[in-house]
Design a protein around this ligand. Structure first.
Ligand SMILES: [Zn+2]
Length: 347
């Protein structure tokens, strides 16, 4: 699956997500607690959610930092709409969907009265599919469907770390039991639940194929294309979330307790100057940052490559960030410019 990814960077990001190998605050603190004094996520430590360890699950799901949360919601919305759009184009059924961060989202997630009546809706699935029987001819209106033969599928989709997918699926799969009971009580005789789990590395839970072909009535070929689309979207968005977080963590002015580490000038316990050695040439002080052959700090060089020459965000990156928030884009650009200003100062 990962071999089909268009760039080495995406392949590397997906594999790192698979094996929890992205370097996050949790890892920095574990391997060098003297330098990185806390495992806490710097982006959300002051929010009401409280200080939380920056793990992969946190960075790609649980973090309440506004920009991260917006991109996480967008990722969920993109996956849900990929499925809903495919269903609308491929099968003989009524499809109701809602997903955040997409201009085609419904204004209300309430199911039509013809489906549930006027009673309060117990829960709101990501997608509701109503299959007409037999699946031929023009699609009858919802009110004209035979409740004894038509079937309803309540679809819920979630993203999680690869390792936690089976456990999360158990919790998610019971989410719409009450709604299923409501629909059965309304007279619909064939109501099913389908839970689709997507790992942060782009992998889908093993039962995705059977859900897509048996419950959603997609062909094998369409199912394969849909799985690839969801995987690709997930990998790209996760890579963007992680790079965006990293850029902001390293260049923003979170000069407070959680992310400050021993090499920060204001908190550096080491002497400000250090005897030059072959490994630590003059001008680098106690920061011990890796350098490129051109003398530029390695991390900053990566940021430089990601930008246009005028300092603006590249058009492709800007398009990927769209949908999180315009503020996030501008903040990312500003932080990179700040980084550039610092690197241009004389040593
Ligand atoms: Zn956080």
């Amino acid at each position: 699956m990962w071999r089909s990814l268009p760039t080495t960077r995406l392949r590397a990001s997906a594999l790192k997500s698979r094996y929890d190998a992205h370097i996050l605050q949790k890892h920095l603190h574990r391997f060098n607690p003297a330098k990185f004094t806390t495992p806490v996520c710097a982006l959300c430590q002051t929010l009401p959610s409280g200080p939380q360890t920056e793990t992969l699950a946190h960075a790609l799901g649980g973090c309440m930092d506004g920009d991260t949360h917006a991109m996480v919601c967008r990722r969920h919305g993109d996956s849900v709409h990929a499925i809903a759009d495919t269903l609308r184009q491929s099968i003989h059924a009524h499809v109701y969907s809602d997903a955040e961060g997409n201009p085609h989202a419904m204004s209300s997630r309430r199911l039509p009265p013809a489906l549930l009546g006027a009673q309060p809706q117990a829960s709101k699935p990501d997608i509701v599919v109503v299959h007409a029987r037999p699946p031929v001819g023009p699609l009858p209106p919802l009110a004209a469907l035979d409740k004894a033969t038509a079937s309803i599928v309540l679809v819920e989709l979630f993203h999680a770390t690869d390792a936690s997918l089976p456990e999360r699926r158990l919790a998610k799969h019971s989410q719409h039991i009450a709604l299923e009971d409501q629909l059965r009580a309304t007279g619909w005789q064939h109501v099913h639940r389908a839970t689709i789990g997507v790992g942060h590395s782009g992998t889908l839970l093993h039962d995705f194929t059977s859900i897509a072909t048996d419950k959603l009535m997609l062909s094998s070929n369409t199912t394969h294309k849909l799985a690839s689309r969801i995987s690709m979207q997930t990998i790209k968005t996760n890579a963007l979330i992680l790079s965006s977080r990293k850029a902001r963590q390293h260049t923003s002015n979170h000069g407070d307790t959680a992310f400050t580490h021993a090499s920060h000038p204001a908190h550096d316990p080491q002497p400000p100057t250090q005897e030059p050695t072959p490994d630590h040439p003059p001008g680098h002080g106690g920061q011990r940052r890796r350098s490129t052959p051109h003398g530029r700090p390695a991390r900053t060089a990566g940021v430089q490559r990601a930008r246009s020459r005028d300092g603006s965000l590249p058009a492709a990156t800007r398009r990927r960030v769209e949908g999180s928030s315009g503020e996030a884009v501008e903040r990312l650009v500003a932080s990179w410019r700040d980084s550039d200003d610092r690197t241009q100062q004389p040593p």
